[in-house]
Design a protein around this ligand. Structure first.
Ligand SMILES: Nc1nc2c(ncn2[C@@H]2O[C@H](COP(=O)(O)OP(=O)(O)OP(=O)(O)O)[C@@H](O)[C@H]2O)c(=O)[nH]1
Ligand SMILES: [Mg+2]
Length: 255
């Protein structure tokens, strides 16, 4: 949190899992997102990390949080990037004593009803606990609905690169739908990618310290409302960050 940022409240109920969504111009989605995530279970709390959306998404969430003790909002002054927002959410979850943070997009590409499955896979009965559970489109049972061919190709390329060049043993490293055991941030340090490449970067760092990554199938549905924020400049930035990580993977140079 920087000077000028706005935080909704200080009295958080205690809990095990915090769901978080980074938002930028999601006014068509935000109210329904809040309602549907919090309806999944009375045990869940939700943190919205908004980068001062010009369309008022942050204020709408802030307003809602005044009457809802399970909803928390951080409005950051200035657009600081998706990766930086997600990282801040994870660190808030850790500071507030949550054990697990579940990150999801704010555009309903991720179905809130899948959250309990992600949480269950974190600590399977009789199995090994995970550090990250990915909601994966690329394991049997997972799928994508509504993407044009170009999106499939770009996504496949990034996932292939992360798996075979960055040597991260998952099929859907780009998935933003993921449960993370926040204690992992005691072992993993940055500097992290600030933009979309944060998703692959974080998995790469967790894998390098021996963290356990698990995938469960989900259906990803392309957004119906609002617009994608993944523009050409962001794609260029992500590609250059992934290439830098590749250099570190293979040649050990400092990132
Ligand atoms: N706080 C914050 N959130 C962001 C930023 N950029 C994107 N987001 C949010 O991150 C999530 C993912 O962004 P999207 O624009 O949906 O990206 P995408 O899923 O690759 O693109 P689509 O499939 O077209 O929706 C959404 O909830 C966005 O509102 C940012 O700079 N700051
Ligand atoms: Mg999206």
């Amino acid at each position: 949190m920087l000077a000028g940022d706005i935080r909704s409240d200080d009295n958080w109920p205690s809990g095990r899992a915090l769901v978080q969504a980074a938002t930028y111009n999601e006014r068509e989605n935000i109210a329904a997102l809040i309602a549907r995530v919090l309806a999944v279970s009375p045990e869940l709390q939700l943190l919205i990390i908004d980068d001062d959306s010009p369309d008022g998404t942050g204020e709408m969430a802030l307003q809602e949080s005044r009457t809802n003790p399970r909803l928390h909002v951080l409005i950051r002054r200035g657009r600081r990037g998706l990766g930086s927002a997600i990282l801040e959410g994870f660190l808030v979850a850790k500071q507030r004593g949550f054990e697990i943070a579940v990150n999801m997009d704010g555009d309903f590409s991720h179905d809130p009803l899948d959250i309990p499955r992600l949480l269950a896979a974190m600590d399977p009965v009789g199995g090994r606990p995970a550090d990250v559970v990915l909601g994966s489109r690329r394991v049997p049972g997972g799928s994508v609905v509504g993407w044009p061919l170009s999106r499939h190709l770009a996504s496949w390329l990034v996932c292939w690169f992360t798996r075979f060049v960055l040597c991260v043993p998952v099929r859907d490293a780009s998935s933003g739908f993921r449960a993370v055991r926040v204690a992992v941030f005691d072992r993993v340090t940055g500097p992290f990618s600030q933009g979309y490449a944060f998703q692959e970067d974080l998995l790469w760092r967790i894998h390098r310290v021996g963290g356990r990554l698990v995938e469960v199938p989900v259906t990803f549905t392309d957004r119906k409302l609002g617009h994608s924020k993944a523009d050409f400049a962001e794609s260029k930035r992500s590609i250059s960050e992934l290439l830098r990580i590749a250099v570190t993977t293979w040649f050990g140079a400092k990132k």
